[in-house]
Design a protein around this ligand. Structure first.
Ligand SMILES: Nc1ncnc2c1ncn2[C@@H]1O[C@H](COP(=O)(O)OP(=O)(O)OP(=O)(O)O)[C@@H](O)[C@H]1O
Length: 274
């Protein structure tokens, strides 16, 4: 059986001062060693789920487990959890705290109280890996959005998390920047980090992920391999998600075949588009 890294069990969450719960008894397990995607309409609770995953929020009912142990919400345990479960926000402005790139990347390491030499070594490596060396001393507010996104990813990866949560990583990026970011994510994955990304880009999700969670109204309604998820058109249409455009084009045009729900079919599409 696949080992789960992080698990939600019957989790409910309502924002303070509001009436309606955003997560409504969600149960799901993020499998170790997969490239996962989380999809669902605007407002279905994806970002909220991520915020519970790294202990930013605490469920009013239900439990969140890390490596089969229920999360403890005291300061020390939360600090350890946030080192292991890295969250990259959709908007980098929510994440960047220091005045320069180098300071921002070292911030989390300083909080961990690591020796200066180790901090310097890890920051230098992160600057190199995320193509930020030349920007090391640049003030954060002078960076482009794509550069800020790379800094926020470096901020999290420098802590060497086991699980990386990415909220809309390619939002607002142009195509070359998106491709560059995805290449970085693939390297991160190959070095052993499990990744889950929330995205509205169904083509990206179809091409990149190997496990997909579909949420609606604060619940998990489907999970599975891309070819299995996107073969369930009626359910996806019923929650107004639809199919990835690349998949749809192939089904409706000349490549329509009886095997369009298979991994082989997905591989054919990948050769063309991804
Ligand atoms: N701080 C908050 N206080 C009150 N309500 C909030 C807060 N943050 C989010 N919400 C509400 O919770 C619901 C779920 O929001 P969430 O951001 O988790 O959805 P999402 O699936 O990530 O959406 P999107 O795809 O648009 O990013 C929405 O109705 C949103 O308005």
């Amino acid at each position: 059986m696949q080992q789960s890294l992080l698990a939600f069990e019957q989790v409910y969450y309502t924002y303070p001062g509001t009436q309606k719960s955003v997560l409504n008894g969600i149960t799901l397990q993020i499998p170790q060693g997969k490239k996962c995607a989380l999809i669902g309409r605007n407002g279905c609770g994806k970002t909220t789920l991520f915020s519970l995953a790294n202990g930013l929020y605490k469920p009013q009912q239900g439990r969140v487990y890390w490596h089969d142990k229920a999360i403890q919400y005291d300061r020390k345990n939360l600090m350890q959890l946030r080192q292991k479960v890295g969250l990259v926000f959709q908007n980098p402005e929510q994440q960047l705290v220091a005045s320069t790139v180098e300071e921002d990347i070292s911030y989390g390491l300083c909080n961990l109280g690591l020796p200066i030499a180790e901090i310097q070594q890890r920051v230098t490596q992160a600057l190199r890996e995320f193509q930020l060396t030349e920007l090391a001393e640049r003030p954060i507010h002078h960076l482009s959005l794509g550069q800020k996104k790379r800094v926020s990813l470096a901020d999290v990866m420098v802590l060497r998390p086991e699980l990386l949560l990415l909220d809309e990583p390619t939002a607002y990026l142009d195509r070359p920047q998106s491709r560059n970011l995805m290449a970085m994510l693939n390297k991160i994955y190959q070095s052993g980090t499990t990744i889950i990304m929330a995205s509205h880009d169904l083509d990206l999700v179809y091409c990149w992920s190997d496990w997909i969670f579909v949420m609606d109204a604060g619940r998990l309604i489907l999970e599975g391999k891309p070819e299995d998820i996107f073969s369930q058109r009626e359910i996806l249409d019923s929650i107004e998600l639809g199919l990835p455009p690349v998949y749809e084009i192939f089904i409706t045009k000349e490549l329509a075949t009886k095997e369009h729900n298979s991994e082989n079919f997905r591989q054919k599409i990948l050769q063309f588009f991804c």
